[in-house]
Design a protein around this ligand. Structure first.
Ligand code: SF4
Ligand code: SF4
Length: 105
């Protein structure tokens, strides 16, 4: 069963990290990306450095962690927002082989 790490953000997003992809990530780039240090590496895997309630209060939805993971990591970290039209648009683009730059793993 895939292991996931999840937390809500201030902007009503949901950060989901697929930990199975993180094991072989050579950079662990997510950890150094967060301007408010919400992600750190423990053992070989990312963890939130604060309890879920504080992550929700402090995460400013800057998307730096998703971008760095996408560009330098394994693309295991995604932030989802309740924007069904955007998600549908991105899904259709991916069907055509076009992936938003911040989602390229
Ligand atoms: S950069 Fe991405 S793949 Fe690498 S450890 Fe962080 S979340 Fe996992
Ligand atoms: S979105 Fe920005 S503030 Fe929130 S966890 Fe990621 S890097 Fe940190």
């Amino acid at each position: 069963m895939p292991r996931k790490l999840q937390a809500e953000t201030q902007g009503k997003g949901t950060i989901i990290i697929d930990l199975d992809q993180c094991k072989n990530c050579p950079t662990k780039a997510c950890a150094g990306s967060c301007p408010v240090n919400l992600i750190r590496i423990e053992g070989e895997l990312p963890v939130f450095s604060k309890p879920a309630g504080q992550v929700k209060r402090l995460c400013m939805d800057c998307l730096a962690c998703e971008l760095e993971c996408s560009l330098q990591g394994r693309g295991a970290l995604r932030i989802f927002y309740r924007m069904p039209q955007l998600e549908e648009h991105l899904r259709k683009l991916e069907e055509k082989g076009v992936r938003a730059v911040w989602r390229r793993g």
